[in-house]
Write a protein that binds this ligand. Sequence first.
Ligand code: NDP
Ligand code: 8X3
Length: 251
Amino acid sequence: MSKIILVTGASSGFGKAIAEKFAAGGWNLILTARRKEKLEAVAADLEKQFGIKTLCLAFDVQDKVAVFENLSHLPTEWQAIDLLVNNAGLALGRDSFFDANLEDWETMIDTNVKGLLYTSKAVLPYLIKQQGHIINIGSTAGKEVYKDGNVYCATKHAVDAITKAQRIDLLPYKIKVTAIHPGAVETDFSLVRFKGDASKAAAVYAGYTPLKAEDIADTAWYVANTPKHVCINDVVMTCVAQGNSTMIHKD
Ligand code: NDP
Ligand code: 8X3
């Protein structure tokens, strides 16, 4: 029987690349994000290419009621979830603590932290039955704080802490919990962060070769396919031009 992966934020970037990687490996996909049309386009393409099954659920992970309505009463054939990838997230703005916008802070906290918590809680009963696996997408921003990264960095530090807490608390259920912490990856991330300013977004990736979303998908595939007794706890990955959260060598 095919395995089932649930990926949040599957309409673009890492989530879409992870969906593609696992579909190519024969897994069936539960795909979530807010943009229904984008999700359905990803799903239709992967069903056609790989003959797998998909279930698209469009909702906002910030909305606690919507998360539980969508995820805690899944159709029977979709309940045997082997892997949850908590990927939906964003940065908004890159401003000093003094200048930063309170609404941006709230959106980042509600999405990156509360959304991940709600999703994990809603899916956990299914994961326990399967002795499944949770992969949380953190960031190098969750390992080191950088200038004007304040609350985005704080949310990713929270993802790091929640991952460790889940691993400890879920030991009796034999559930694997992994965090993948990437450095700079060229996706829509910076376009979202800079609120549609394409030149500011492009500048983030100029002068070096950043990671690609497919590199993160390859890592997710690796950690999801280790032997049953092995749990990869923590992966920090950057492109070769990046040394840590703050040091990128640009030509
Ligand atoms: P993208 O902007 O390409 O993708 C973000 C995804 O999250 C989209 O599918 C978006 O879907 C979804 N999403 C955002 N907000 C919500 C919400 N409120 N409810 C449901 N879904 C939501 O960026 P990336 O792929 O780069 O980012 C994915 C994750 O990786 C994020 O958690 C990010 O913080 C993290 N990350 C990114 C890095 C980078 O350099 N790109 C590096 C390290 C970590 P939709 O808009 O349709 O809802
Ligand atoms: C995204 C990478 O360095 O922009 O998490 O915070 S960074």
